[in-house]
Design a protein. Structure first.
Length: 104
């Protein structure tokens, strides 16, 4: 996670200047600037409070790719375009049958 980039994005999305965010957070504008430029790393509670003031939240998410079966992706990439299209068609028919049977 890049706290400085996330804070800058959230602040701009909220339409706030650094000065306005700093005023709302009761901290110097220079402190907000140092966080946004990455010169300092804020504590988690400080970053969460600043994001909250921008109507955003700090959430925990799994890293991209966690839980993804890379071997399945590699095996699909080894197929020809025609074989992948055929596999997709079979999957589509299976999904349609499942939905028709009330499975979803």
């Amino acid at each position: 996670m890049n706290g400085s980039r996330n804070l800058r994005y959230a602040r701009r999305r909220a339409g706030l200047t650094q000065r306005e965010l700093a005023r709302r957070a009761a901290m110097p504008q220079a402190a907000v600037a140092r966080i946004e430029t990455g010169r300092v790393t804020p504590r988690v509670d400080t970053l969460a409070r600043l994001l909250d003031l921008c109507d955003c939240s700090l959430e925990v998410e799994p890293k991209r790719g966690v839980g993804v079966d890379g071997s399945l992706i590699r095996s699909l990439l080894d197929l020809s375009d025609a074989e992948r299209a055929q596999a997709a068609a079979v999957s589509g028919r299976n999904l349609a049958a499942t939905l028709a049977a009330g499975g979803a």
